[in-house]
Write a new protein. Sequence first.
Length: 529
Amino acid sequence: MASSQFAADTQPDSFWVSLRFFNIYRLLLAAVFLASVLMLGDDLNFGSHNLRLFKYVSGAYLLLAVAYQVYLERVRRHFNIQLTVHVMTDIVATVLLMNASDGFKSGLGVMLLISLAAAALVSRGALTLFYAALASIAILLEQTYWVLYFDHSEANYVQPGLLAIGYFATALITNQLARRVIRQERVMRQRSVDLSNQLRISQLVIQDMQDAVMVIDGNGLVRQHNPQVSLLLGWQAPELDQIENHSPEIARALAHWRDAGGSAGETLLLPGSGKLVRARFVEAGAEGGSITLVFLEDLSRLQEQAQQLKLAALGRLTANIAHEIRNPLSAISHASELLLEEQRGPSQERLLHIIQDNSKRLDRMVRDVLELTRRDRVHPEAIHLATFLPSFIDEFAQSERIPGSSFMLQMHQASEIIFDRVHLQQVLWNLLRNAWRHSRQREASVRVVVKRRANRVELDVIDDGEGVPTNLRQQLFEPFFTTYSGGTGLGLYIAREMCAANSAILEYVGSPADSTGADFRVLCGSKPA
């Protein structure tokens, strides 16, 4: 077993550091012994029996300590061999210094307790007992020398024997304590690695989550967040800043949840991005701490996914049979026109007009559904609203045969947006048609208002009508939902899809402060003014 101990060379760095410190102690001790006899002679009873031997042993002890220190700095191999050489040097030097100072009564044998304790801290297995045995044999042999050559009493073996027992006790107790500390160190090191891995995994999970996640401490400091937070806030979220500086809305909801025991989830509208989110708060702090996880779920994304699933089957079916539907529709419409030319009477003409109107409605519905299949064909370009909107409003008013004075354009700041021109025309056409249909249809009944907000542009279409009833607002952008008997229910849905394809947002804001009508807002990206 001892051979395996000498062969092992897998000691941690802390063992080598300890061995260097122990050798520094050895170097200082030898220097003190040598300096004391050179300066004071045998006044301190050092070398009282043989001063010359004490000087030579102290000098050799000092030189060996210096050599060991140099070797330790350059060579880090064969730890157990180096340790054994150091301990044997301590034993031999201490016994010789004891012999030169009248033996056991000099008290130098106690110094070996420190060497054995130091060795027990960094040695393993049988080496600890081996060192204690060598020290015990050495001091007993030194006492035998005095008994044989100077006729000392055999009763003097009691003190060296007790000291030998102390050697073994010190070595065993120190070694057991050291093993326990080493085991605790290994456990703590493994726990540190596990904690680092867990933190790394948590960071990766948070970064890759689709929902926005914020970690907030008890003082309202945002300690961590993922990139999705910046997307929902509409601007680059700062690092290690107060939650109020991230979003006052989230800060108020968090304070309400903490102070008033609010519900774990709350729906919020973030003005920076215009997104509707569901904020969910979870207490995650350990005992004595206060850490809150805030999960922000993009409800608009969920609603969009639900609508996409709702129209998936219908879209595939309509795309395949659209042309087949249009052919009979064209035949029906043409036949009704021929029948109208025969002039069979008012009742027949009324029925034929009903056929034509419904044929046109079906054709418009097919055309709208086909338009959905082309929503991803986006060709964005920079559009100057100051030049685009006046000409578009004039064109719309002439095409729909509406007085131009019915529309009022308000531009608070010249803006340039990034949008597909055809898509923007279709979005505004649907919004202006709906606004005019539900307005009072008088001068300035429909207002188009353009404002800038940070790096986005707000384009509002506002009418002076009665607004949208509260119970219908959740259904506004659902496909095939309409309150107009001649509508297809796809206008607002297609408009929102076109906006989404251009990284913009179409939402119903509600009634503006200065009127009772409806306000539909388009939030889109822009270039700096």
